[in-house]
Design a binder for this molecule. Structure first.
Ligand SMILES: Cc1cc2nc3c(=O)[nH]c(=O)nc-3n(C[C@H](O)[C@H](O)[C@H](O)COP(=O)(O)OP(=O)(O)OC[C@H]3O[C@@H](n4cnc5c(N)ncnc54)[C@H](O)[C@@H]3O)c2cc1C
Length: 460
């Protein structure tokens, strides 16, 4: 019997447990064919910003090319259309089963539920295998069976369970096939400010380069925004162009490798937290923070727009926000700085910032984004306490000491040649090229935030 394989957030051929299962089942029958497909929600695709459109389209194209074009693209506009297309695929392939990777974020769960139910009604079965993690969300448990809410003990238990053995595609002469009703990868309707390169081969090359360039100094360099001290693998992990197993399998025991392993585990921790508390994708993990006094109205909107455009007058914040618009990616340290600024200097709800990140990040991941935001906003699990307020100037001086990062993204400040770029207000020519003045005063807003926290204590 042939099988049908539905690609989701696993845009790769190697180290893909679910694809391996489909290949093995097909091989055990006399047919040995696997019909592969990717369902493109063209409606959702058109709503994405340019970089996200291009990075998804490139990832799917790269997968199609590694399957020698033996993968069908289906244009659908909702989950039901996808489910109906999978029923048609089974009929054409003469198969009773669809294989796919299990996903754990709320939107993907809704999709897989619709698919499962529709297949079932038609006498067909959805077989979900594996996950995008070294440990399936929900599997790391305390001795009493409950889930972890604190990262360090989670990590200690996770590292014991983590699957670090990559699974190669069985070499059994599988014939990958397309369906008669496939279409082309949709053309992005928006332009991308950068040329996006994506796909499994690129992800593997990125990891090889990272091992040579920065892995062994990762513990020391990862926080420096001005250096390329991190892997830049987040896009590939979010789209499943590489599996964390492939990375973990190659890590040794040096301090730097251990810190990198721990970052991979943060991604898995947040996926686990989201699995247990799905509402936290868009709602407060710590509900009392809902009652904190946030700003709304015209001034709040204007400040939010300045933040989105990288025009707050704080160089480190503006460089980060402009990097996001220019590259669809932002350094982790800077994500924390801009997030803290939005919540604690501008007094806006974290959800505003998370939505802007979702629109622009090519590595957008529902669990890491919502919980990265909630960590910084002080309302997440094992979060940085709310009273820890990042000082954008000191953070800039520490993590971009010579100002190279700011100069790269903020052309109005390029004439300032050293770290004093973080304080243009101290220079006689700081505003020479039209850099905006500060929209708020950090020290005042810090005090305001702490006052609002005290207020919250009296009402909760
Ligand atoms: C407000 C905020 C929003 C974020 N939104 C996202 C998001 O939508 N998608 C996303 O992948 N990451 C997100 N992160 C986490 C982190 O910033 C990125 O994963 C990291 O910057 C990606 O760069 P890299 O691949 O070079 O990371 P590296 O430092 O090389 O780390 C390797 C991998 O570990 C994982 N990782 C590293 N740090 C974290 C972390 N703090 N939380 C979760 N996973 C981590 C990522 O998968 C990353 O690719 C967010 C962080 C914050 C503070």
């Amino acid at each position: 019997m042939a099988t049908v394989y539905w690609f989701r957030k696993d845009l790769r051929v190697q180290d893909n447990e679910a694809l391996n299962a489909a290949v093995t089942v097909a091989h055990q029958s006399s047919d040995n064919s696997v019909f592969t497909l990717y369902g493109f929600n063209t409606h959702a695709f058109q709503l994405l910003e340019g970089i996200r459109q291009h990075s998804l389209a490139e990832g799917v194209r790269a997968l199609q090319s590694s399957l020698k074009n033996q993968m069908s693209i289906l244009h659908i506009s909702n989950d039901q259309e996808l489910a109906d297309a999978l029923v048609r695929a089974c009929a054409e392939a003469n198969s009773t089963e669809v294989y796919a990777m299990e996903c754990f974020d709320p939107e993907s769960i809704r999709t897989q539920d619709v698919v499962r139910e529709t297949l079932k009604k038609n006498g067909l079965e959805l077989k979900l295998v594996g996950s995008a993690y070294a440990v399936k969300p929900g599997s790391v448990r305390k001795p009493d069976g409950t889930n972890y809410r604190v990262y360090t003990p989670f990590y200690k238990a996770w590292v014991q369970l983590a699957d670090i053995s990559p699974k190669s595609l069985p070499d059994v002469g599988t014939s990958f096939k397309t369906l008669s009703f496939g279409q082309e990868v949709p053309e992005p309707s928006k332009t991308s400010p950068i040329k996006v390169i994506a796909g499994e081969a690129f992800a593997l090359r990125t990891f090889e380069r990272f091992k040579k360039r920065a892995l062994y100094s990762y513990d020391e360099m990862r926080n420096r925004a001005d250096l390329s001290g991190t892997s830049h693998l987040s896009h590939a992990l979010a789209h499943g162009e590489i599996h964390p197993r492939t990375l973990l399998a190659q890590l040794g025991d040096t301090q730097a490798e251990e810190v990198f392993r721990k970052e991979i585990a943060w991604r898995e921790f947040y996926a686990d937290v989201l699995h247990h508390y799905p509402h936290t994708v868009s709602d407060y993990y710590e509900p009392r923070f809902k009652k904190l006094r946030y700003d709304t109205g015209k001034t709040a909107q204007e400040r939010f727009e300045a933040w989105c455009k990288g025009k707050t007058g704080y160089p480190m914040v503006d460089a980060g926000m402009r990097q996001l618009l220019a590259e669809g990616w932002m350094h982790n340290r800077v994500r924390m700085i801009v997030a803290s600024f939005l919540v604690k200097d501008l007094h806006l709800e974290w959800t505003w910032g998370a939505a802007h990140f979702e629109a622009h990040l090519s590595d957008f991941d529902p669990a890491s984004n919502s919980h990265g935001w909630q960590w910084t906003a002080g309302c997440g699990t094992d979060a940085s306490p709310y009273y820890r307020i990042f000082n954008p100037i000191l953070q800039g001086l520490k993590f971009d000491p010579n100002g190279d990062y700011v100069r790269k993204y903020v052309p109005e400040l390029q004439h300032i040649k050293d770290g004093s770029v973080h304080e243009p207000w101290e220079l006689f020519d700081g505003y020479l090229n039209g850099y905006p003045e500060k929209i708020v005063d950090h020290n005042e807003e810090r005090n305001e935030s702490l006052a609002r926290l005290e207020e919250l204590k009296t009402i909760s």
